[in-house]
Structures are given as C-alpha cells and as structure tokens.
Design a protein around this ligand. Structure first.
Ligand SMILES: [Zn+2]
Length: 457
C-alpha cells in the first residue's frame, strides 16, 4: 500500500463541533497547505486504500500511487463516521440537514436551498416499462434545475472556506451553470471553459450568472487551460482537468450522498432494489453509492441496492466484461443528443460502484430518447432533460432481459430539467398556427382531438 498510513494522520485531532478548530483550519494558507475543512482528517484512494494527509495537492490526478496503472479518485476520511439519520431539529430545509455527513461546517455553507427534491411514484410509466414500483427522483427541482447543485453547494463552500476567490470548471452545461450560480451566491468569481457541443440554454444560463465563459475549439484545451490556471493562479477547479479522468473534486462529490439519504428517508426506510442514473464521469453514481453505504454501515438499511449506469459509449460495460480497473477511451460511434453524458470514457469510481453493488451498465443510443422524454412528461408530468431519461431506457431493457423483476422497487434519478436542452429535444419549430376565431379553434379540435368534445357530467 502506497502513501502515508492512516495511523500517522492526526485522526481525532479535529473536533467537527469546535468553531475554534474551524477558524484555525480556515486561516491556513490555500492549495497544498490544507483543505480548510475541519472534520476531514485525510484522504484515501478509492482503489488501493492508500491514505494521504489533507495537505495532498488536489490536482485532478487522483491517487498518486494508482495514477500510472488505473487512475482513481480520492475520497475524504472523516474524523468520525456520522449517522445520516441524526438530523437536528432546527436543520435547514436543504441537503445541509445532513451537514454532519459533509466535508464542511453548515456555518460555512453556500446554499440556495438545494436538495430535498421529490421522490415521485411513477405508476403509469412504470406500468408501461413493466415495473410495478417505479419512482423518479426529480433532480430538476434543484435551484439551477440539475443535480449538480448538490456538488456545487459543497464544492463552493469548501472553496470559500479555503480562501479561494476564483472557482472554475470545464462543463458542457449543467455543472457550469450550477457552479456559476453558487459562485455568484458566495461572491466568488467563476470561469467556465466550454466547447462547441453545449446546449444553448445551459450556456446562456452560465452567462446570466455572471461567469466568464471561455469556449475552446479543441475539447482537450478546456482541461489544459484549467491545469495552467491552477498552477499559475491557484484557481479552485471543481471539474476534472487531467487525462485519464478520475472524476470531479473529491469533496464536492460528497454532496451526492444526500440523494441516497433522501431516497431512503422518503421511502420510509425502504431500500430500493435498483437505483439507476445517467452516467458520464460517474460523480453522482459514486456519491449516491457512498450514501447508501453510509446508511448500511449505520444500520439504517438492511441491504444495499444494485446500481445501474445508463451510459452512451459503453466504456463501463466494456470494463465490467474485461475485468479491468483501467477504462478505455471509446471511439464516438455517433453524436449523442444526451449532451450531458456524451464523454467517450467514464471513470474507475463509477466502475467501482457498479462492481460493489453487483450492478450493471446499459449503453443507450439516441433511439427512443425523445420519445421516452415525451412519454415521461405526458404520463407523469415530469419534464426531464434527454440525458435524464436514459435511466428509463435502461430500465426498459433490463426488464425485457429479465434482469429487473416486475415487482422490484426501482428508483430512476432524473438529473435535470427538460428546459435545459430544448434545442436538442425539439427537432422542429413548434406549430405556429393561430386561430382567427373560436369557431376555427373548435373546427380544429373536431378534426384533431374530438375526444375532448364529450360532455363529462
Ligand atoms: Zn490508489
């Protein structure tokens, strides 16, 4: 095992309830000198288990010992394990009600009221997919209309506690919009590097929050610029910016654990059999899995769910079959309209969640994506982004193949709102017909929707 043994770290020295301790930590110099987080005593590699002090440079390479063989992200080591169920009576109505499980004091939280999204029982679409107990975790109800807010609220809180003045990300949309919003909330500056493939609404949203947007023709230049900025100016970089990719900032990912806490709490303590997410670099998949593991470790749930990744280009499915820890870059066989998850390679952190949960990865193409989006909207009243309905396509396939049983309890995480990528999901301009009279409107209904013209009672 490489790295510094945990026993040599200052475990127990940090008291998460001590304001004095927090202030000392916050006054530490930035960057390599510490994370500026009171209740974290170190970091550990999710693959080899090596432990590192909080002074390790968070440089998007993940574990130094694993970097050459199979790059893997780090995760924080808490001073003491916390029970997600121990919620204070005066806890805020946001994911910060679980602050005792997060790498930041609630006093330092930069919040817009994120989390606490509804878990909607989706009986009609469930029936059409052959699943009796389907639930949609509607993450489009977050402040910037995507699940990325769970990451950004933690990442920006940590950045500000560290004394950062500039936060930055490479993002095709939702992550950039979210980071920009939380930076605005915190009074920090935000830089978002993008490429030509972004959806228009997301790009506009990023700019509206006042972020500086740097579109780069070469996709990899987005990361190169961020690496240079980290070295030259010490910007706090939230997204991945090194290849091979390990995932986003390890402390921000902790925010995604709260999705699992909420699912179980909203289900009256019942664990789903399956939890299905759209997956790109697997930050959310990995975080949600960690959340279920926390609950299991605390005895809050008697068993763990199986995790499913709906992915575009198949790097996880390939790695699962090959048994490799190193994911290969897949050639882009087609351009996905699910722009939020279009990367050619996922990460070890996602692979680990699938392996540990006996889960699976289901490749999804563009076929049926818009139809599924409209089916969800029409049958349940939930309008989700195209990437966000890929779990439903995955569930349909796993049901057809007999992997998911009809009576299984299935949660699909719908990660973002359908307003985010209208330019991809609406293939033709909306009908511009305007009726000149009510008679014209009635004539049209008679020809196109005469079932509306039946007296109800
Ligand atoms: Zn390692």
């Amino acid at each position: 095992m490489a790295g510094q043994p945990l026993s040599t770290l200052q475990a127990g020295a940090a008291d998460p309830t001590s304001k004095h301790r927090l202030k000392l930590e916050n006054n530490q110099p930035k960057g390599r000198a510490g994370l500026g987080v009171a209740n974290i005593v170190g970091l550990t590699c999710i693959r080899c288990g090596a432990s590192y002090p909080t002074t390790i440079e968070m440089d998007s390479r993940g574990c130094p010992a694993c970097h050459e063989t199979a790059p893997a992200n780090l995760k924080p080591i808490y001073a003491s394990p916390a029970d997600p169920r121990s919620i204070a009576a005066n806890a805020p109505r946001s994911l910060w009600r679980y602050a005792h499980t997060l790498p930041c004091s609630p006093d330092d939280a930069v919040s817009l009221g994120e989390g606490q999204t509804p878990l909607v029982e989706a009986t009609r679409i469930g029936r059409s997919l052959g699943v009796q107990n389907l639930f949609i975790k509607d993450e489009g109800r977050n402040p910037t209309w995507s699940h990325k807010d769970r990451f950004s609220t933690v990442a920006v809180s940590v950045a500000r506690a560290q004394g950062a003045t500039v936060v930055a990300t490479a993002s095709s949309g939702n992550a950039g919009a979210s980071l920009a919003a939380y930076a605005a909330r915190a009074g920090l500056r935000c830089v978002v590097t993008t490429f030509g493939g972004s959806a228009d609404a997301m790009l506009a949203q990023i700019r509206k929050y006042g972020a500086t947007v740097l579109p780069l023709a070469n996709k990899m230049d987005r990361w190169t610029l961020l690496a240079e900025a980290a070295t030259r100016y010490g910007w706090f970089i939230a997204s991945p910016y090194r290849a091979p990719v390990v995932g986003s900032h390890a402390l921000g990912i902790e925010g995604y654990k709260t999705i699992a806490y909420e699912i179980v709490e909203q289900s009256g303590g019942i664990t789903p059999d399956w939890c299905v997410l759209p997956v790109c670099y697997g930050d959310a998949l990995s975080g949600v899995w960690a959340g279920f593991q926390d609950l299991f470790a605390q005895g809050a749930i008697p068993r763990l769910p199986r995790m499913v990744a709906a992915e575009v280009h198949g790097s996880l499915a390939r790695a699962l079959v090959a048994g490799s820890d190193r994911l290969e870059e897949r050639s882009l066989a087609f351009e996905s309209i699910a722009v939020s998850i279009g990367a050619p390679r996922s990460t070890y952190q996602a692979l680990k969640a699938l392996r540990e949960s006996s889960g699976c990865a289901v490749p999804v193409s563009n076929d049926g994506l818009v139809e599924m989006q409209e089916r969800l909207a029409r049958s349940e009243g939930i309008f989700a982004e195209l990437a966000s309905v890929t779990p439903l396509l995955a569930i349909a396939r796993l049901r057809r193949e007999g992997v998911i049983a009809p009576e299984d309890r299935v949660v699909a995480v719908a990660t973002a709102s359908g307003l985010k990528d209208l330019d991809r999901s609406v293939g033709h301009p909306a009908d511009k017909t305007i009726f000149r009279s009510t008679d014209d409107a009635w004539d049209w209904l008679g020809r196109n929707a005469d079932t509306l013209m039946v007296r109800q009672r």
